[in-house]
Design a protein around this ligand. Structure first.
Ligand code: SF4
Ligand code: SF4
Length: 403
């Protein structure tokens, strides 16, 4: 079945997949949790892969390769998606993992393979490189470089670093995801310094009460003070990761002039910054569609078995609302950075139950839209440096001065 689908992927089909009805959206990335199955058992796994019953229930409902191609990947092209982040559980436990990578490659999309590294030997890395025509990225999770990593991830950090080294030798791009919580307030600066020194891109993900995170949410979540004193100073000092964190104090007029006014609905693009809702979209193993990986089991725009991904998104009230930053409430709604930051929608939902509410972890207190952050100038400067890096990874294109 899978071979047949791959075999049918002609250039003509791929081109047809790109055309479609006009959409107000432009998603650079599709984050696809292709399975909840995993060969490790991380204590805080957000997909609940360490919950045997959850995994047992999910297995028969997992999207097949045929459904992934027709209901997810081809429609994702119509939403202007340029890259697929293949995640899990452990994506590589799927027997059709390499065929799925090939499908995305033949549709002209780049692939980022998220893995816990257990299966990533040299041979597997080479197969990933081949299936992505050399344009794949390996993304791994590291929450700390010392033994405390084991508190949140069931993986030896030395093994993860070894894999990153092999990727370098094989010419595969490397990326690290760092989950932020109480558990790494004191080590985050060292982790980021290591990544910067080794030229490895990274992004932060907030720890949330999704999946197995429910049980330790109160104890493990970071506070506003943790963000202000520990995480934010490190995030704003470096530009070799995606700018996908909040608060983000970029002057709206600076983004407007550098981006040429590009938007995904009302979310800034070219490059994307602040909260990434509206920049990426997420599908879970059973086919539910959402606005962000950490929100996927809580907020749904429908299931791809009922309608293809592009139709669900274009008709979705959830997407229309969350990507309309003029509707943000509380201090995010009266903030100068309402548009360029947007506040973390996951923090708003998980702390206060309203995904359009203010981000309660933000330490900025705007009186109204004239209040300027003391970090704005620094943010503007770093953002301009970031566009140079974003241009190399295809996330930024200098606007045409004639248009
Ligand atoms: S809700 Fe926005 S800021 Fe929060 S994790 Fe998701 S994309 Fe990032
Ligand atoms: S108040 Fe909201 S929009 Fe303003 S900086 Fe804080 S999180 Fe961002």
């Amino acid at each position: 079945m899978v071979d047949k689908i791959s075999g049918n992927l002609t250039r003509k089909n791929a081109e047809a997949a790109q055309s479609g009805p006009a959409t107000p959206y432009s998603f650079s990335m599709l984050y696809f949790e292709a399975t909840r199955r995993c060969n490790l058992s991380c204590a805080m796994c957000m997909t609940g892969s360490n919950d045997k019953q959850r995994v047992r229930e999910s297995k028969p409902k997992e999207l097949t390769a045929d459904e992934i191609y027709h209901r997810v990947l081809v429609p994702a092209k119509k939403l202007n998606t340029v890259a697929v982040v293949w995640s899990g559980g452990e994506f590589l436990v799927r027997r059709d993992a390499f065929e799925l990578l090939r499908m995305a490659t033949d549709l002209g999309m780049r692939s980022n393979v998220c893995s816990n590294c257990k299966k990533l030997n040299r041979k597997v890395l080479e197969r990933i490189r081949d299936a992505t025509d050399g344009r794949g990225t390996i993304a791994v999770g590291i929450n700390a470089l010392d033994d405390s990593n084991r508190e949140t991830r069931d993986a030896e950090v030395d093994r993860t670093l070894e894999v990153l080294e092999s990727c370098k030798e094989l010419g595969l791009s490397r990326h690290v995801i760092v989950t932020l919580g109480k558990f790494n307030t004191d080590t985050f600066d060292k982790t980021v310094q290591y990544l910067v020194d080794n030229d490895i891109s990274y992004n932060r993900a907030p720890f949330v009460p999704r999946g197995s995170g429910h049980g330790c949410w109160e104890a493990a979540r970071f506070t506003r003070e943790d963000l202000q004193d520990h995480f934010h100073p490190v995030l704003r000092a470096h530009v070799n990761g995606y700018v996908s964190y909040t608060p983000y104090f970029l002057a709206p007029e600076v983004h407007a002039s550098i981006s040429g006014g590009a938007r995904s609905n009302t979310v800034p693009r070219n490059p994307s910054i602040g909260c990434w809702c509206g920049h990426w979209l997420t599908v879970n193993a059973e086919g539910d569609v959402s606005v962000c990986p950490v929100l996927v089991d809580s907020l749904s725009a429908g299931n791809v078995r009922d309608a293809p991904l592009d139709q669900l998104v274009n008709d979705s009230e959830l997407f229309a609302t969350i990507t309309d930053r003029s509707k943000l409430k509380g201090k995010c709604g009266r903030c100068r950075y309402q548009y360029t930051c947007g506040g973390c929608r996951a923090m708003a939902l998980y702390h206060n139950g309203d995904y359009m509410g203010e981000d309660p972890t933000c330490f900025f207190e705007p009186k109204d839209k004239t209040t300027v952050s003391e970090f704005e100038e620094e943010t503007n400067r770093r953002f301009k440096q970031y566009t140079l890096i974003a241009a190399c990874s295809g996330l930024y294109r200098r606007p045409d001065p004639k248009r």
